[in-house]
Design a protein around this ligand. Structure first.
Ligand code: NAD
Length: 459
């Protein structure tokens, strides 16, 4: 497990060891031994599978492409997690992402364990035929460990419903007669994917922000007003006033989150900046997000980078360097691009008082500690970006039942699940001194520890 994840898990275990109301049957030396076992189990994956996919390229060369499937913990159900197609994929990264999936599923009560896959390649440098073969080979090489009740991959960076359709089809061909619809999620709707899956993560990301600063605040005004907690004071400052929002990353997650913020009638939002791998667009009066979404759909996912392109979209905006978005004076910044965006080198320039992690691990542990001490609320990845895996769970269920839900039903289920998690976590967060990430981890670790203990895994 990477340092940030493992150190917060260990801190959570240390706090729970001292709390004798948690697993009260465990006492004295037995308790210490059980917690040592938990530390070992939670910090290491059950399996790390690695293969080199042999791929004949269309130019006649044969290459061996490294590919991983990491299975972290399956105490709560089959392993579940995306397959990342990126040239920087490496074993440690996949292990860390698999462990985040374990914690994310435990946090939201999704009956899956944690898994993750990776293929070391740049998908833009391969032909469609080669990518199709890479997907088929991935399934062939890892067939024994995959399946609807064993390990269920999904798309991640660099992969999409197209790759999941190919993979499911290969799984079906080589396992005739076995159930196959639940073998992969994030498929196209025509192949058994769920309506709403594409927008689920971005919608969930914005929902966590809106729910915390509005719905929850309205229901718990007394708790917040009477609390001397530093984070309660931060959130109270957001009450009933116009809010400015910036969104880093304008892909699947960021563009949907920006659109949700733009369209939200419950809050008086202005999305004043968005960015992508090329540029930051800024307009203090608010950006026309639907027009920008339309532009990206017609331009390979990229935002306008010149004044001519802006004029063509009818969007009024200033062009800035892509990093500048991070340092704007906004009420909320949604990070929906890459890992490690706010770090030791730039954390003192952050002005937003609420940061929402749409990407996985976009704030490093040093920056996390530094910003949390100043009362800045960081809505962590495992809470904010779980919409994709939650709707994947509903896709898996729909595949088993061969009954399909409307998009409206899917979003209702998604919001209910996220609301239920937030109603469990937030009252404690606004009463104790721990940052939200620590609160979420403690909740996940409690759930996993209890299940592992009850399954007799700690002896
Ligand atoms: P995507 O590829 O659709 O979009 C990524 C966006 O980030 C693009 O707009 C790209 O231009 C931009 N970007 C790349 N480098 C950048 C940089 N240096 N600065 C600013 N912007 C940059 O990816 P996505 O599916 O939207 O995922 C975004 C993040 O969210 C990833 O870290 C992913 O792991 C995480 N995530 C995604 C999902 C999901 O369901 N898609 C679920 C959980 C977590």
């Amino acid at each position: 497990m990477e340092n940030q994840t493992s150190s917060i898990v260990q801190r959570s275990l240390d706090a729970l060891l001292e709390d004798d109301t948690f697993l009260p049957d465990l006492k004295g030396k037995t308790r210490e031994q059980a917690f040592t076992s938990l530390g070992a189990i939670l910090s290491t994956p059950n399996h790390v599978h690695k293969s080199f996919l042999r791929i004949p390229l269309e130019d006649g060369q044969v290459v061996r492409i490294p590919a991983f499937r990491v299975q972290h913990i399956n105490a709560l159900g089959p392993y579940k997690g995306g397959i990342r197609f990126h040239e920087s994929v490496n074993e440690d990264e996949v292990i860390n992402l698999a462990s985040l999936m374990t914690l994310k599923n435990a946090l939201h009560d999704v009956p899956f364990g944690g898994g993750k896959g990776g293929v070391v390649l740049n998908p833009r440098t391969h032909t469609i035929k080669e990518l199709n073969l890479i997907c088929k080979k991935y399934v062939r090489y890892f067939n024994d460990i995959l399946g609807p009740d064993k390990d269920i991959p999904a798309p991640d960076v660099g992969s999409s419903d197209r790759e999941m359709d190919w993979m499911m089809s290969e799984y079906k061909s080589i396992n005739p007669g076995l159930p196959y619809r639940g073998s992969f999620t994030g498929k196209s709707v025509v192949n058994g994917g769920s309506l709403g899956r594409g927008a689920a993560t971005g919608k969930g990301v914005y929902f966590t922000f809106r729910y915390m600063i509005d719905d929850f605040m309205k229901k718990h005004t007394n708790l917040l007003s009477n609390s001397d907690n530093i984070f309660a004071r931060t959130v109270l400052d957001y009450k009933s006033r116009p809010l400015t929002i910036a969104v880093q990353g304008f892909g699947n997650v960021g563009s949907v989150a920006a659109l949700e913020a733009f369209n939200c009638s419950q809050l008086q939002n202005k999305v004043i900046a968005v960015s992508d791998r090329n540029v930051t667009l800024y307009n203090a009066k608010g950006l026309d997000i639907p027009a920008l979404v339309k532009f990206t759909l017609d331009n390979n996912g990229d935002l306008p980078t010149t004044n001519e392109q802006l004029a063509q979209t009818g969007v009024n905006a200033e062009l800035h360097d892509r990093e500048e978005i991070l340092f704007l004076d906004v009420d909320c910044i949604i990070l929906a691009a890459l890992a490690d965006q706010i770090h030791k080198g730039n954390m003192d320039k952050i002005k937003a008082r609420i940061i929402v992690e749409g990407a996985n691990a976009p704030v490093t542990s040093e920056a996390d500690n530094f910003l949390s001490e100043k009362g800045i609320i960081i809505v962590p990845d495992i809470l904010a970006n779980a919409g994709g895996v939650i709707v994947s769970y509903y896709e898996w269920l729909q595949g088993r039942e061969t009954q399909f839900y409307s998009e409206e039903e899917v979003f209702k289920l998604l919001y209910n699940k996220m609301q239920s998690t937030m109603d469990t976590i937030l009252p404690k967060f606004f009463s104790d001194p721990f940052p939200l990430r620590q609160n979420c981890y403690i909740h996940s670790v409690m759930k996993l520890s209890t299940v592992l203990y009850r399954q007799g895994k700690l002896y």
